[in-house]
Design a protein around this ligand. Structure first.
Ligand SMILES: *Cc1c(COP(=O)(O)O)cnc(C)c1O
Length: 451
């Protein structure tokens, strides 16, 4: 458990995060970064990103083989913007990709192939060939993919680590759609089906070029204990494969353990909990061999790297009452908060109310719906939520939206993609903004739509 110094430090970090957010919102509104033609913008606190990545590196500083330090890849789907990937690369992270597009984004950001891991469940022969030629690490998802790899590596051994993604079949977390370790999950080689473990052992025995093992047991809603159990499962399997290799007169075969991502994010307050340090402590306890120095550790965190750093800021256009219900109609809905709108129980978001000048709203609290601009009734980001009374010209801020929200827009109603701006606060307390993605123009939208 965290001691009191750590708790005090965490409280301080949460307060500083909140203070920076308030400064950035006031500056964005004050400097006209939102206006009539662009009533929606996403902001990313780059300092929070830096602190989070530093905490990740520190938590795993003594994990695995000291000669091959842990490689922390960022799951590109959680924040698929090239400048974000470039910043994370500069901060020492690699990239986990799952499509040709994500691979291209990572490469455009300057991430070298030997710091990229490819994990898609539907890799085409072309993708496999390109990954092998580049030296990108890859994890085969199923026996048919492995058969394709057999043919491709016949002439030339792979340059990067190749492994199997296994599913330890540990069960679901609290969000079914995010649970990748159920008995029937579509991902990986199921380990507990009858005879499956022996087939995996045989696959390694037959292929000395398989030197990695991968699992990713779920994203959000998965208890850290379950994630640690997933890591423990691949450690046990790696030890078994290595013992078999040694018994057969070869050297230990598996030297890379990719433990995936999925650290849950706290969407209920500004606290960063669990922290990477908490998780690393748990891992050390449940899978000590992973820290023992024999293996290179690879991680693939996405949401936990960026979520707390992001805020989506939308102008309140109208307020109205219907059937005794107050509704604030804003410009942030399903186009930027897709999961929250379609699965509100699984993906609740905090909403903060700011006034027309971008200051924290001080109006009397009122239960209200916070709606988006899309033309369907369910386009709500908050339902019956007590918030300071929102008025036209005020601003609604969707908090903790740095990962999987604005960077992953939904094309409904042909709403243009909003700008994503990074910000830092200078020593004089002035926020400085940088463009991570320009707002899409209406002309671009027309062109993209076949115009
Ligand atoms: C999505 C995904 C991740 C990242 O999950 P987060 O919950 O964003 O940390 C990592 N690995 C794989 C294989 C994934 O599909």
């Amino acid at each position: 458990m965290a001691d009191t110094t750590e708790t005090a430090a965490a409280d301080g970090a949460a307060a500083r995060l909140r203070a920076r957010r308030d400064l950035a919102v006031a500056a964005a509104v004050g400097r006209g970064l939102l206006d009539d033609t662009r009533p929606l913008v996403a902001l990313l606190d780059l300092r929070t990103v830096r602190e989070t990545v530093r905490a990740l590196h520190e938590a795993f500083a003594d994990a695995g083989d000291p000669a091959r330090p842990a490689l922390h890849t960022f799951a590109v789907k959680a924040g698929s913007l090239v400048p974000v990937l470039r910043l994370l690369h500069e901060l020492g992270m690699g990239a986990e990709v799952a499509s040709p597009g994500e691979l291209a984004l990572a490469r455009a950001a300057g991430v070298p192939p030997d710091r990229i891991v490819l994990d898609s469940p539907a890799k085409t022969p072309t993708e496999l060939r390109e990954a092998l030629a580049l030296g990108v690490a890859l994890n085969a998802d199923n026996p048919q993919e492995l058969a394709r790899l057999d043919a491709l590596v016949a002439d030339r051994p792979p340059r990067g680590p190749v492994g199997l993604r296994v599913n330890p079949q540990l069960g679901a977390g609290s969000i079914d759609a995010m649970s990748t370790a159920t008995a029937t999950s579509k991902f990986g080689f199921a380990l507990r089906d009858p005879g499956a473990r022996d087939r995996v052992l045989r696959a390694y025995a037959d292929r000395p070029w398989l030197t990695a093992l991968h699992c990713h047991v779920g994203s959000q809603g998965m208890a850290p204990e379950r994630m640690a159990a997933g890591a423990a499962a691949i450690v046990d399997l790696a030890e078994e494969i290595n013992a078999a290799a040694v018994a057969a007169g070869r050297s230990p075969q598996v030297d890379t353990l990719d433990i995936g991502g999925g650290l849950p994010v706290n969407f209920t307050s500004d606290d960063i909990a669990p922290s990477y340090a908490d998780f690393a402590r748990l891992l050390r306890e449940r899978a000590p061999v992973a820290f023992g120095g024999r293996y290179r550790i690879v991680t693939e965190f996405g949401r936990s790297v960026l979520a707390k750093a992001g805020v989506i800021l939308a102008r309140v256009e109208y307020t109205k009452d219907a059937g005794g219900r107050r509704i604030a109609v804003t410009h942030a809905g399903a186009q930027v908060a897709t999961r929250t709108v379609f699965a509100p129980e699984a993906w609740p978001l905090r909403v903060a109310a700011y006034d027309g000048e971008g200051r924290p709203a001080t109006t009397a609290p009122l239960r209200q719906d916070v709606a988006g601009p899309c033309c369907f009734a369910g386009d709500l980001v908050a339902h019956d939520r007590e918030l300071p009374e929102l008025r036209p010209g005020d601003h609604a801020a969707l908090l903790d939206t740095g990962a999987y929200y604005a960077s992953t827009p939904f094309g409904y109603n042909s709403l243009p993609r909003p700008a994503v701006l990074g910000f830092t606060v200078d020593p004089a307390g002035q926020p400085q903004f940088s463009t991570l993605r320009r707002a899409q123009t209406i002309e671009e939208l027309v062109a993209e739509s076949g115009g």
